[in-house]
Ligand binder design. Sequence first.
Ligand SMILES: [Zn+2]
Length: 207
Amino acid sequence: MVERYCRPIAVLSLLFFSLQIFCVREQRRAEENRAVEILDGDTITLSNGITVRYVGIDTPEEGEPFYSEAKEANERLVKGNTVRLEFDLQARDKYGRMLAYVYVDTLMVNLWLLKEGLANIYPHPPNLRHLQEFCAVQKQAREEHLGIWSLPPPREATHYLALKDSYRFHRPSCSAVKDKPPEELRVYSTREEALNDCLSPCRSCRP
Ligand SMILES: [Zn+2]
């Protein structure tokens, strides 16, 4: 008689205990993904100490126009919030930072910053899952002269060059392309053409 009741109770207790462990673990996981520090427009630190770089975009560096706007927008969206991370083919860059598409609820912050003109696309191959979408959204921001696209364009070059397997474009005088044979290069007659082709400007020659 005792056994008849005890066994189901034991099974139920075990189930309840397992459920409790599961809930604690889920809660901890959610806490770990809370954004505690905003380093700039595209880099944050999570409560577990991990630094996350928003993959596929680049926001202005300190001292550049729209640096504060991008950082503040990022702060408003993610600080103190639990974020969901989506990974592409590589979860880390060469500096050991985590590379991710960062979501607050259903909003992807990487994409939102591009939409507002607070970032430009910065493809990190082989992490190109959202490149076409990012490129289209950036084009829209450019056409609407939002954020960084409201600034006067850099001094015009005669033409622009990109290595065939690369996602950066350069001034012809840039050391990255200067001595390369023509068959390794793509040529663009305007900056707009290179941007439309989903390339990002070189950080050194700033085309
Ligand atoms: Zn360059």
